[in-house]
Design a protein around this ligand. Structure first.
Ligand SMILES: Nc1ncnc2c1ncn2[C@@H]1O[C@H](COP(=O)(O)OP(=O)(O)OP(=O)(O)O)[C@@H](O)[C@H]1O
Ligand SMILES: [Mg+2]
Length: 635
């Protein structure tokens, strides 16, 4: 595709400029700021909405000189392209501000932008426009082929590497292995792993093994240092000594058990218990005889007291009767005295006047009456006197009974029995043990003393046996420790053998891995050479590519750097050669994509060397002293 004409109107400050190379190589020149780059920007904006550096955000609208935008302008780019098949296509893109007057508002308001698209003069929708652009060029391809600095500089190195391999062709691991017989074993070694991951695994493993190998002498030394000193020790002797001591220990433990079970004091305890029983029997017997005597006397005194009391009660009863009789006697005496008075005073009580007729009663009648009266009193008196005598007799009889009864009361015996009882009771209370009992008690005490003596000694004996047991156990433990030294020594030897075996195994593996690493390095070198040869072979000899970077650990990491005469693009390469390296790439890429696009070489004044022969149209943008943009078309 070639550019036939490009017209800019109000684009990035360029008011109106038409560039008409007519599909030929051309040079646009002018002072700085005259608008050379703007022409390239106009072309890429027309096709892909971006400036020539690939920026979407840039000041498209005309600025007023103070940083502000001029409004109500139409910004337009029109391009006419000639396709490789000879056909031409005209594309036009016009952007304008959209000012809308809202109802009720005096002035219109800015409400965004509108963009109109025309293909061959026909207004089209964005989608149709894009379709038309796509038929001319793919956006990435356009960027790659129109701007020399894009591929070697602006593009990310990973994408650059991918693209380069796509264009120049990759070298597979299998290709590399097949390239040399030495590398053949790698096919099996790698199996399904990629070269890189396998190298990582091997390096890691080698590092680990190396570390392990380093620790082995240290570990052996440690085992050596922990090896017990067996000099002067005999395992068999130690075992025999231990067996003997174990038997002795069993005997000592039994002895200690016997002491604690009290076998020696058991017989003495039995004897003492027998004596205690005897004492208690005798004690009980002695108390019983005193008790019996006391009970007999108490019973006797009880009977006597009962008889005495009965007699005393009887006396008291007789005395009561006597007092009652004496009272009766007093009354009878008193009555007799009264009768005696009555007898003397009887005349006074005879009335001389008849109460019926009221006449004086004759003397003789009175005398007769008195006689009769006295006789009646006498009679009464006699009767009373006889009663009195009877009472006196009864009282005398009662007194007799009293003196007889009193004679039966034995106070003396009662008192003496009381004393006897008191004495016996005191005897029971303050009874002294018999000689037999005292002797038995002495015996019991002696036995108790012996028992505690034995027990005390048993404690001492047990202590002595305990100490002996402890000593024996310590000796056994010491022997055991010595015996264990043999086991420890055996373990140590075993461990050393194991470590030696491990060292051998690790060393063998280390060697194998070293071999693999060597092979892998060979592989790497082969791959680097193959790939770089393959790529570099497709470019001019001044241009080379570095596809691998060597790492400190000896490995390789991917990279993708373009070099001109061995100087890397990204560090130190001069500007002119930077552009030239980009042009070499565009040349190769055009071949690959089978397409050529107008290539804008901005700052072309930097190039003093002849340009590579380019497959497509070249538009050089050259800064020079021209005041206005000057266009020269190559014939
Ligand atoms: N939106 C814009 N409105 C007005 N002026 C602009 C705008 N954008 C850029 N400019 C100016 O337009 C002029 C042309 O810029 P351009 O980059 O095309 O110059 P150049 O000729 O490529 O310069 P150089 O030789 O330095 O590369 C410059 O003076 C720039 O400052
Ligand atoms: Mg410029």
């Amino acid at each position: 595709m070639r550019l036939v004409e490009l017209r800019l109107i109000n684009f990035k400050g360029v008011k109106n400029f038409t560039f008409r190379p007519d599909g030929k190589n051309a040079t646009i020149s002018g002072r700085n700021g005259t608008g050379k780059t703007t022409v390239a920007d106009g072309c890429s904006w027309l096709l892909f909405d971006k400036d020539s550096l690939g920026n979407k955000q840039f000041a498209l609208k005309t600025l007023d000189g103070a940083g502000g935008e001029l409004h109500n302008l139409e910004h337009e780019v029109t391009g006419i392209f000639q396709l490789d098949n000879g056909a031409r296509i005209e594309l036009q893109k016009t952007t304008a501000e959209k000012w809308t007057k809202k109802r009720g508002s005096a002035s219109p308001e800015f409400t965004g932008h509108t963009t109109e698209y025309h293909v061959d003069g026909v207004p089209v929708k964005l989608a149709q426009y894009r379709e038309a652009v796509a038929s001319i060029a793919d956006e990435q391809v356009f960027q790659l082929l129109t701007s020399p600095l894009f591929f070697p500089g602006a593009m990310h190195w990973t994408k650059r590497r991918e693209l380069l391999m796509e264009i120049c062709g990759d070298v597979t691991d299998a290709d590399v292995i097949a390239s040399s017989g030495d590398l053949a074993p790698l096919a099996d070694i790698l199996a399904n792993r990629s070269f890189d991951s396998h190298r990582m695994v091997v390096a890691e493993r080698r590092k680990k093994i190396n570390k392990e190998l380093e620790t082995i002498p240290v570990r052996v030394d440690e085992v050596d240092r922990c090896m017990p000193d067996l000099s002067g020790l005999n395992m068999e002797e130690l075992e025999i000594g231990k067996a003997e001591l174990l038997a002795a220990l069993a005997g000592l433990k039994k002895k200690k058990d016997d002491i604690f079970s009290g076998a020696e004091t058991a017989e003495l305890r039995r004897q003492r218990s027998e004596i205690k029983t005897k004492i208690s029997d005798l004690d009980r017997a002695a108390v019983y005889s005193l008790h019996d005597a006391l009970v007999a006397i108490r019973s006797k005194r009880y009977d006597l007291s009962a008889a005495n009391n009965q007699a005393r009660n009887a006396v008291a009863g007789y005395q009561d009767q006597i007092r009652s009789k004496e009272a009766q006697l007093d009354e009878v005496e008193h009555f007799i005295e009264e009768l005696r008075q009555q007898w003397f005073e009887a005349a006074k009580h005879i009335e001389p006047i008849c109460p019926t007729c009221g006449q004086e009663i004759p003397e003789e009648t009175i005398a007769g009456t008195l006689k009769i009266e006295k006789a009646r009193i006498n009679e009464k008196g006699k009767k009373e006197a006889s009663g009195r005598d009877a009472l006196k007799g009864e009282i005398a009889a009662l007194n007799m009974k009293i003196s007889q009864t009193e004679k039966t009361i034995d106070n003396e015996r009662e008192t003496s029995l009381g004393k006897e009882i008191e004495e016996l009771a005191a005897q029971v209370d303050n009874r002294k043990p018999s000689k037999v009992v005292a002797a038995l008690k002495e015996e019991e005490e002696a036995l108790s003393a012996r028992i505690s003596d034995i027990e005390e000694k048993a404690g001492e004996a047990a202590g002595a046996v305990g100490r002996e047991i402890a000593n024996t156990e310590t000796t056994i433990e010491n022997l055991q420790n010595k015996i264990e030294l043999f086991a420890k020594a055996k373990d140590g030897e075993k461990r050393k053998r194991e470590l030696a075996a491990e060292q051998k195994r690790l060393a063998a593996e280390f060697e194998r891995l070293e071999g693999e690493l060597f092979l892998l390095d060979q592989f790497t070198r082969a791959k680097v050479n193959m790939l770089e040869d393959k790529i570099n072979g497709q470019f001019d000899k001044m241009v080379t590519f570095k596809m691998f970077a060597e790492q400190i650990n000896g490995g390789l990491s991917d990279c993708c750097e373009m070099l001109v005469n061995g100087v890397p693009f990204s560090s130190g390469l001069n500007h002119g050669h930077q552009i030239i390296s980009g042009l070499h790439f565009i040349k190769r890429a055009s071949e690959f994509y089978k397409v050529s696009l107008p290539c804008f070489i901005d700052n072309a004044e930097a190039i003093t060397e002849p340009l590579p022969e380019m497959p497509g149209q070249v538009i050089k943008l050259v800064a020079n002293g021209n005041d206005v943009l000057t266009v020269e078309i190559d014939e």
